[in-house]
Design a binder for this molecule. Sequence first.
Ligand code: C5P
Length: 245
Amino acid sequence: MKSNKLLYEGKAKSVFATKNPDEVIMEFRDDMTAGDGARHETIGKKGYYNSIITSKIFEVLEENGVKTQFLELVKPGTLKTLKLDMIMIEVIIRNRATGSLIRTYPFEDGTILNPPIVQMDYKNDDFHDPMLNGTIAQALNLATQDELHIMKNLALKINEVLSKMFADIGIILVDFKVEFGKDSNGNIILGDEISPDSCRLWDSETLDMLDKELFRQGQDDKVIDAYEEIFNRLLTDEDKKKWNL
Ligand code: C5P
């Protein structure tokens, strides 16, 4: 696999070409960054957990009618996926106010948001991922109005499915970020990952954080235990057997 051509190297994943032009290999690394890449550490086994958690979540979404780029967990850390032309927009859904929302607007931390907030940010570190509105996104040629509409509705559907999935294992889906891309036919499909790197996940009873926020707040020693906790609650014995875990 490693000898395959590197197509893209992000902050936590690398994407490699395969012999099939419609498929790529996605490697989840143990790198963890915060502050637009200003802080960078290696967190052992993070790639292992995030690749498996993403595989499980994408399978659940597929079962609920959401098309994803996931094809196969080749081995822990490595996914085979559809090749997508990624749209440079981060779609964020917020079920509770926290994080950058409460730094920008006068919400109290933890306030329940019903209906959820849908936010779109421009994926661009140089400009610190600024928040978009529809006309800015169109003026930057990031997406058409129709595409923005499709992404918003898909993100809300993903929120419905995942909020229930997490509630069933005693976790509140506080907020999350998703990215979409287009397949070779121009269909908009969920891509990238959904993992504790891209979600805020709180234990329903204790409200303990079980996600990357621990790293953002400098509690690096707690990160991998939190990710393992999500893995243990999410994966069934059947999943573990299927993927030889
Ligand atoms: O920091 P903020 O409150 O805007 O983050 C909202 C949600 O989006 C969080 O779940 C965070 O993990 C996710 N996010 C992300 N990648 C970014 C920005 C935010 O996964 N670049």
